[in-house]
Write a protein that binds this ligand. Structure first.
Ligand SMILES: [Zn+2]
Length: 456
């Protein structure tokens, strides 16, 4: 199908790129107090641009931290409503000496645009806005209703947007969300992320004697919390990577055969992954599951640290009074943080060795999420991507989490289409961040076509 909005985007591409460069020159680093005004400036630039292209109600929404940007256009009676999300804040630039060109002076090299925030996420936000401009300019209207919500604290936890979304404001009523803050699985390969793992992050504290004791005088009679802790941790997983908490796997919704087949066809080299990404002698994990299944569709359990006791140089023969471990579990669709934590806590209480008291604490939790690939908006995205990239979409999941996607789902009942155009080697959060220029161009066209298809 020929789209006059795509034609408009092609014709105006060099202006779009110049405008993106101007946005990238604003050092909107959300974590640094000295860049507070820059964050607000970036937000104001976005509000002005949304107004200019014909969006309505464009404004800042104040939070405790950096403001949100909101705009809408709701004149497509009877059509669905899209909620478009991205973030305008960026990561700090250190180590600055490793940048080949200044982070806030966007520079084109080898078909890429180098600048902090180019891929994560200003380039993708600009692609969204330029898609809206193209649709509006070519047709005098949008094909469906659109709300835009951009945040300036994604890199620092996103508390402002989280509490705004949790308040279920009428401004966020929508049928689906477009989240553009992800990447393609490989260059030129249209990708939709349809699943995220959730997590529970816990502390396990073990207490023995009422005070630290001398191991010469009491060793053999007094309980040692570190030994008890090690025994308990050893009971969490067997040597085949299987988590031993009773009932832990009961509610898992396994990936569909369609998803599994798609993962099989992904360009993935396990040996390369082992060597260059993990760098260990062997990969571990549950037997019978591929690396993708193990990291995307199976829960995992990791120990992050065991603080306490004597850690100085030399020797000190102490039996510490207490020991602590920080332990987290990644959860997959079907599981809930509340149940996973309850099962884990009950199991730890059951296997705690004699002579110690334990305390199991939940530090934070997040829900897993899964967007069915037969969702009509995922299907619309697939069709649009095929047209623009000339290839079938690969459906992937992510082992990590994007909290806003869970928030949209849980508080608003809005499923997210995670359509992003970064690449695995874009150096986001690192020196020499880049955005592939072709992806900026095709990203705009993909969003144009996706919104057109979603209106049908
Ligand atoms: Zn991002």
């Amino acid at each position: 199908m020929s789209s006059s909005a795509v034609a408009y985007a092609k014709k105006n591409h060099s202006r779009f790129l110049d405008e993106l460069k101007a946005l990238l020159r604003i050092p909107s680093i959300s974590t640094l107090p000295e860049n507070k005004d820059d964050c607000r400036h970036a937000a104001e630039v976005l509000v002005a641009e949304l107004k200019r292209i014909g969006m309505e109600n464009a404004r800042l929404i104040e939070t405790e931290g950096h403001p949100l940007v909101y705009a809408d256009w709701l004149k497509a009676a009877g059509k669905p409503t899209a909620l478009i999300y991205g973030h305008y804040d960026v990561q700090p630039t250190d180590p600055i000496e490793e940048w080949l060109s200044p982070p806030f002076e966007p520079t084109e090299r080898d078909g890429n645009l180098y600048a902090r925030g180019s891929a994560d996420d200003k380039g993708q936000v600009w692609a969204q806005i330029k898609a809206l401009e193209s649709l509006m300019a070519a047709n005098g209207a949008l094909p469906l209703n659109v709300r835009v919500l951009l945040e300036g604290e994604e890199e620092v936890g996103g508390e402002g947007i989280a509490s705004f979304v949790a308040s279920k404001p009428p401004e966020l009523k929508a049928d689906f969300a477009l989240v553009s803050d992800t990447e393609l699985f490989a260059p030129g390969l249209p990708t939709l992320c349809v699943g995220l793992r959730g997590m529970i992050y816990t502390e396990l504290e073990v207490r023995g004697a009422k005070t630290d004791l001398h191991s010469g005088m009491y060793g053999g009679a007094a309980p040692n919390p570190f030994v008890s802790l090690a025994q308990m941790i050893a009971k969490l997983k067997d040597e085949n990577g299987h988590i031993l908490i009773p009932g832990f796997y009961d509610d898992i919704i396994p990936p569909s055969s369609e998803e599994l087949a798609a993962w099989e066809s992904l360009p993935f080299d396990e040996e390369h992954y082992r060597k260059t990404e993990v760098g260990s002698r062997e990969l571990v994990g549950e037997a019978g599951y591929s690396v993708m299944e193990r990291t995307w569709a199976r829960p995992s359990l990791d120990v992050h640290g065991i603080p306490g006791g004597f850690i100085g140089a030399g020797a000190k023969t102490v039996i510490p009074a207490k020991a602590l471990a920080k332990i987290s579990m990644r959860l997959v669709p079907g599981m809930t943080p509340a149940k996973a934590f309850a099962l884990y806590k009950a199991y730890m209480e059951k296997v705690a060795p004699a002579g110690v008291d334990i305390d199991v604490r939940l530090i934070h939790a997040g829900d897993p999420c899964l967007i069915p690939v037969n969702n009509r908006f995922v299907q619309a995205a697939t069709k649009a991507l095929h047209e623009v990239w000339g290839k079938d979409t690969v459906f992937i999941r992510s082992g990590g989490s994007i909290p806003i996607v869970g928030d949209f789902d849980r508080h608003l009942g809005v499923p997210s289409v995670m359509m992003g155009f970064g690449l695995p080697d874009d150096n986001i959060h690192a020196p020499n961040e880049k955005f592939h220029l072709k992806n900026f161009e095709l990203g705009i066209e993909s969003i144009v076509r996706f919104l057109e298809e979603s209106a049908n």
